[in-house]
Write a protein that binds this ligand. Structure first.
Ligand code: SF4
Length: 346
């Protein structure tokens, strides 16, 4: 990314903020909407190309501002079509993954560089934490993905399941979601966006009250508190009971079900006893359960579950749980599958 210290970067500002900038420069506010269209919908970075802005304004903007957005340093292609983008910034790197699950084209977005929460089964958790991503870096991942895939075939769905705990970057995620769904932005409906969390109960309630219409996925992993606490240090702060209450509050406020994500690991949480605990945990919560096979990564002591155990787990859950799916694995050969992101380049 080119950084020009002297000129403020307009990328990452929402329509209102762009209108404020233009108003301060003697322009009517509606120019903010035009500028937003150019930046986020047309993905244009050169003010001189913005043909519906007066020439004098284009010159003034070029002299005083820049539109600078992230571009991937590396793109790795999987045999199944999945693409992993690596973005390098001054103080680290992060990744996002494009999954082609036709007709959906889903982008898995990172929200932090590294992660402080240290879940034992997650490659990102081994990186340590550097910082939250900015609004510009979050929205930039979407535009970079749209640059990569064919025009007219842009990203249709977004999941905040890349590196980091999205709800620990709450304000930036909310602002970024509003830009991404805007009619003068990439125009991806909030209903096609899912925010994932390991279960930060107060932030789940805050999300319910935020006015956003996004979906919520909770990485529950297991409803056995002792094992969850071993796997996920955050469980010492927010217990299963607190997560359950927060999930109920979310569904009551939003009128939509939540998804519980269960990464199945061999002989850790893949037994019928775990499935039974899960059924009693979700009792009364409008929800869907998404089963994900653990994807091995370097240094991890955990293994992929046996296929018959995955199917038996699902068959126990359904119909005791209202909806159960087994997630298809994408990009495992390029370390782009769930839980494998750790900014390793090839
Ligand atoms: S699963 Fe999410 S919260 Fe846990 S270490 Fe990985 S990125 Fe962080």
């Amino acid at each position: 990314m080119i950084v020009n210290d002297e000129k403020p970067n307009l990328f990452g500002l929402n329509e209102d903020e762009l209108s404020d900038v233009l108003e301060r420069n003697g322009q009517p506010r509606f120019r903010g909407r035009q500028l937003s269209r150019w930046i986020y919908l047309q993905r244009e970075t050169d003010f001189q190309v913005m043909s519906n802005l007066p020439t004098g304004l284009r010159d003034r903007l070029s002299a005083n501002f820049i539109v600078d957005r992230i571009a991937p340093e590396q793109v790795v292609n999987s045999a199944d079509g999945t693409k992993k983008m690596l973005f390098r910034v001054e103080d680290g790197a992060f990744e996002s993954v494009i999954l082609f699950d036709i007709p959906r084209r889903t982008l898995c977005i990172s929200s932090q560089i590294g992660c402080a929460l240290g879940c034992k089964f997650c490659a990102t958790g081994t990186m340590g934490y550097t910082r939250n991503l900015s609004v510009s870096e979050i929205v930039g991942q979407v535009l970079a993905a749209n640059d990569l895939i064919d025009p007219g075939d842009g990203i249709t769905n977004i999941v905040f399941m890349g590196m980091g705990e999205a709800l620990l970057n709450f304000e930036n995620i909310v602002t970024a979601v509003r830009i991404i769904c805007s009619s003068v932005g990439p125009m991806i409906s909030q209903r096609k966006m899912t925010i994932s969390t390991v279960g930060l109960a107060p932030r789940i309630r805050q999300l319910a009250e935020s006015g956003l219409k996004v979906n919520l996925a909770i990485s529950l992993i297991t409803a056995d508190e002792e094992i969850r606490r071993e796997l996920m240090p955050i469980d010492r702060k927010y217990s299963l009971a607190e997560i359950r209450d927060a999930a109920l509050a979310f569904t009551a406020k939003r009128g939509r079900r939540v998804t519980f994500e269960i990464i199945l690991m061999k002989d850790i949480n893949d037994s019928i006893a775990h499935a039974r605990k899960l059924v009693s945990f979700i009792h009364g919560i409008p929800c869907k359960i998404n089963l994900i096979r653990f994807h091995p990564h370097d240094g991890s002591p955990f293994e992929k579950p046996d296929e018959e155990k995955v199917l038996a787990f699902r068959d126990y859950l359904y119909p005791r749980a209202p909806a159960v799916t087994i997630r298809k694995s994408f990009g495992e050969d390029i370390a782009a599958a769930c839980g494998q992101l750790a900014t390793k380049t090839t």
